[in-house]
Ligand binder design. Sequence first.
Ligand SMILES: NC(=O)c1ccc[n+]([C@@H]2O[C@H](COP(=O)([O-])OP(=O)(O)OC[C@H]3O[C@@H](n4cnc5c(N)ncnc54)[C@H](O)[C@@H]3O)[C@@H](O)[C@H]2O)c1
Ligand SMILES: O=C(O)C(=O)C[C@]1(C(=O)O)C=C[C@@H](O)C=C1
Length: 366
Amino acid sequence: MSIKVAIFGVGLIGGSLALCLKGKPGITVVGHSHRRESQRRIMDRGVVDAVTLSMEEAATDADFIFLCVPVSKLEPYLQQLSELPLKEGCIITDVGSTKASVAACAATFNRPGVHFIGGHPMAGSERSGVEAASSLLFENAYYVLTPSDDVPEQSYERLEQLLSHTKAQIVRVDPVLHDEIVGAISHLPHIIAVALVNQIRAYNNADTNGLYRMLAAGGFRDITRIASSDPVIWRDILLSNREILLTLLKDWNREMEAFIQVLEAKDGEGIEEAFKTANQFRSELPERRKGVITSLYDIYIDVPDHPGIIGQIATQLGDQHINLSNMQIIESREDVPGVMRLSFRQEQEMERAKQLLQSLNYKVYV
Ligand SMILES: NC(=O)c1ccc[n+]([C@@H]2O[C@H](COP(=O)([O-])OP(=O)(O)OC[C@H]3O[C@@H](n4cnc5c(N)ncnc54)[C@H](O)[C@@H]3O)[C@@H](O)[C@H]2O)c1
Ligand SMILES: O=C(O)C(=O)C[C@]1(C(=O)O)C=C[C@@H](O)C=C1
């Protein structure tokens, strides 16, 4: 059976989904680009089987349509799709970072035999564009689906089945609840990161000789990576989740106010308490690479940050027939060693890797 998947917006997320699906038995992936200039880049990157500027050409005969465009474009795209002759049984889904507004919009369409199921993969990056796409992006991440009650279970299961190629773990969440939670754990942190970078940027003037920028080290970089995210994508997300964010920001102001008070009162215990409480909750966050679907056994090693290091370690493990499931540099600065995470599907493989790497003088942490 052949399955046509149409991806509207072949950027970081659309391109990553395309990479997960392209080449899978019976699946053809067609990308839709709204700009002629992007067509070549998308083909050169090899993420889709074909790319078109025509919405109709992409959507016609598609079994699945993924909308992977900025949030403010989801509703106009849904509107345009509703006027096209779509295939009976077609499932339209999206990957937008907010879910309530697109769900409300989809509820106004009544196309027999065509169903909308909102989606949001909880994985991403501060990078954007098809160049940043990766087939591993969603592996073991959560992938939220927000079907309305009138979506037949069979359609939901078909989408779930297709998404199994991403190796993400599907969770079903109500769209409004999704926006409240994701507002708190994703959108608010992006605002805080941007505000923090801009605050420090203002101190980094000629009077201070650029020392703020020069001395900014691990802590600042760790908390501000996401401040480099795409401005248009984030403009749309924040405006779409505006009301929830306004409430969250008022709570944030209260948290800051509490810190001001403990500092004014020189309340050392209060400071310790705040760090202890945060530390406890943070340590309970699920380790992303240890998703419920497949348990992975991870080890960490310090590695010099030079080109080819990933290949070198993969070869050393491969020579000993140690099966590696994944490897990733999780902290990489030009001037200091990075930390590499190596994941194995079996504990025994992890133990063998640990012994080998220690014998090769790598510092190994479990
Ligand atoms: N970046 C993340 O970490 C992340 C994670 C999960 C979900 N999302 C969501 O995924 C969607 C895509 O984000 P991304 O990070 O892949 O961004 P991206 O910039 O990498 O890709 C966006 C795609 O949309 C296209 N596009 C841009 N403006 C358009 C317009 N006006 N009309 C039609 N197409 C347009 C671009 O050409 C590109 O192909 C967004 O809705 C975002 O909220 C992002
Ligand atoms: O890792 C990042 O860079 C992300 O910003 C990913 C992230 C997040 O905040 O966790 C960003 C937006 C999404 O909609 C989902 C995931």
